[in-house]
Design a protein around this ligand. Sequence first.
Ligand SMILES: [Zn+2]
Length: 215
Amino acid sequence: MREIVCALHRELVRNNLVAWTAGNISGRVPGEELFVIKPSGISYDDLTPESMVVCDLDGTLVEGSLAPSSDTAAHAYIYRHMPEVNGVVHTHSTYASAWAARGEPIPCVLTAMADEFGGEIPVGPFALIGNDDIGQGVVATLRGRRSPAVLMRNHGVFTVGDSPKAAVKAAVMCEDVARTVHISRQLGEPLPIPQDDVDRLYDRYQNVYGQRSNR
Ligand SMILES: [Zn+2]
């Protein structure tokens, strides 16, 4: 899991989702009450599997010589309250954060959004770092929704997945649709997709699309 989480951080850089060290990925350790997360303030170029830190589900450091990400409490809260989640990503990616800065959900106006998010990408509450407020806001917003992404108001994006890779994919797709819908808005009002078509697209993508062995 250290190797997986370390390697996935390169995807944040490759997909232009992060500036400096402002973004992090974690992954639940299978069968353990533990997760692996990025150390705080370390350049993405300098990350190694050995430098990844291991925390328990209270966010307490269990293994590693570096301090865990400053967002560790939020990741821990999500793992404690969403047992189906095995990967969490946090970024301040530009277009998604621009929607978050306005406190505006991204409307479902692209078939790719219906596929991946099953509807709009919702906005979570304004919350300050330092306690469980961010984690609570993420969980309260995502629970009972299809979207694996939430725009935390005035802040950035949290995504979840059944693996760290799935959470990274959601973060990449979230920024992609945030950008496209933003550009569409410049020229007029994007057309909504009827709910029953959103439902059909979501069902097909989640259950039929792709290689059967690679889902
Ligand atoms: Zn942040």
